[in-house]
Design a protein around this ligand. Structure first.
Ligand code: EPU
Length: 457
């Protein structure tokens, strides 16, 4: 039986990052956002490609790298391990792994920040140095986010995993060998872990139930440029033939479809008109379908996509899923727009168990949203029900009004800002720093689309 959880008005510290990263915005809402923003390379590719550079025997060049704090975290970690990283200030990183060395646990811990990327250093470091250490991992607090798939995969390659009070130490005295791995769920991170480890392991790896997100395909392209042999078959099967050495790469990151979808939802929620330079149709097909069904309209151009309303907003039923489904990262900004649709929308969150907590602040701003922590049974589901799923029922249209809210996580934080911009009156949005983990030049872009705000702290 479903338990009903009425969204309460108080921000829940349990959903937050635990520390306030600074910057408070005072936002005056009620104005459509109109103008152009450009998106750069995807956070969820750039950071992984940077780790891949560790596997090369010479310099790698990564282009269109976004200026976000997750990239800074990975850069610091690479530097701690002796990799030289040069940044031309225009999104081009030159990564030289030739001086790679093992780092002290304390240094790694100090530079890991709130990111989950350190876990992806394991395979490359085990090949390079025979050992690796990962601190307790951060990342957005959107569920338990365990690392069991990662550790099981690394064990399958022959790594020895030792849990310490400060983190996890791995070693591979006999080297790593190809493995036969089936993931319990097509996890993005675990698939990347297997790819980054298998390319230099001895022998062939077969990975079943792999994630096939466009960012993963782009990582495969990076690894192929480095000399890896990777093929994939239908039904989420990837084969990796290990090679003895890899060279550097020169690669332009795939665009950030999460950022593009966020700005699209900002246009929808505020009845605005935003051209997202760099957005591409192919990787956003599923999003565009839902956007259109919810009353949005878009024009695809050579250099980007223009997003706006096509009439009154309409309620939709959405299930988040792995690719090619509707991404979990898209549901948070979409929910803001759905508060303005006449009727009842349902968002089934099937990827993370705690990614709907952010709706509490939307309720505080006047939205009618009820979260069902154990999901809602429904006969016409495409995605098989998962034990951890939740659902949000959004009844609209409800006028939004200003409020004082604290950013809980990356996508939730972005959603609060656009809710405040869609709302009548003044809002205070605190802890904006988290948004910099994944949205580059966020305040400049807000200004470029005519948002009315001040930085007050
Ligand atoms: N999971 C496990 N065990 C594991 C790994 C994952 O149970 O060892 C579970 C997770 O708890 C979750 C599900 O599997 O319920 C999916 O997790 P996945 O591993 O696919 O996610 P991730 O690699 O940790 C990446 C992105 C997320 C994005 C998800 C889904 C990065 C750095 N993060 O996370 O991005 O939501 O894939 O597409 O690539 C964001 O950008 O805001 C963000 C959170």
């Amino acid at each position: 039986m479903n338990t009903l959880l009425s969204a309460s008005a108080t921000p829940n510290p349990g959903d937050g990052e635990g520390e306030l990263l600074g910057e408070v915005l005072s936002i005056r809402g009620g104005r459509p956002l109109t103008g152009r923003v450009d998106v750069k390379g995807a956070k969820n590719l750039a950071t992984k490609a940077m780790v891949a550079a560790l596997l090369g025997e010479d310099v790698s060049v990564l282009r269109d790298v976004p200026d976000i704090s997750d990239v800074q975290v990975v850069r610091s970690l690479l530097e701690v391990h002796g990799v030289t990283v040069e940044d031309d200030g225009e999104g081009v990183l030159r990564l030289d792994p030739r001086g790679a060395v093992s780092a002290h646990m304390e240094e790694i811990d100090a530079h890991a920040g709130a990111s989950r990327i350190p876990i992806l250093f394991c395979g490359p470091l085990l090949h390079l140095l025979g050992q690796a250490f990962i601190p307790d991992l951060g990342g957005c607090r959107i569920g338990d986010r365990p690392i069991d798939f990662h550790l099981d995969a690394l064990r399958a390659f022959g790594a020895i995993v030792e849990k310490l009070p400060s983190g996890i130490r791995l070693s591979a005295p006999g080297g790593l060998r190809g493995a036969d791995i089936e993931l319990p769920y097509p996890s993005v991170g675990a698939t990347e872990q297997v790819l980054l480890t298998a390319v230099r392991a001895k022998g062939t790896t077969e990975l079943r139930n792999a994630a096939i997100e466009p960012e993963i395909m782009d990582l495969i392209a990076v690894l192929q440029k480095m000399g890896a042999i990777i093929s994939y078959e239908p039904n989420r099967v990837i084969f990796i033939e290990g090679v003895d050495s890899l060279r550097g790469y020169d690669h332009r990151c795939i665009f950030d479809r999460n950022e593009a979808a966020s700005w699209a939802c900002a246009a929808l929620a505020t009845d605005g008109d935003i051209f997202v330079g760099g957005a591409k149709q192919q990787e956003m097909l599923t999003f565009l379908n839902v956007f259109r069904k919810a009353g949005g309209d878009f024009d695809i151009a050579e250099d980007g996509i223009r997003f706006r309303r096509g009439g009154a907003l309409r309620p939709v039923v959405v299930e988040t899923d792995v690719h090619p489904g509707f991404m979990t990262d898209w549901q948070q900004p979409l929910i803001v727009a759905l508060t303005q649709a006449e009727g009842e929308s349902i968002v089934h969150e099937t990827v993370y168990e705690n990614r709907l907590g952010f709706t509490r602040a939307l309720v505080q701003m006047g939205a009618d949203i009820v979260v069902h922590p154990e999901g809602i049974a429904s006969s016409d589901r495409r995605v098989p029900r998962r034990a951890l799923e939740q659902a949000a029922v959004i009844k609209g249209a409800t006028p939004l009004h200003g409020a004082d809210v604290v950013v809980p996580d990356l996508r939730g934080g972005y959603s609060y800002v656009i809710a405040a911009l869609a709302a009548e009156g003044q809002s205070t949005v605190r802890n904006i720093g988290i948004i910099r983990r994944g949205y580059e030049k966020f305040l400049d872009k807000l200004a470029a689309v005519g948002a009315d705000f001040d930085v007050i702290g």
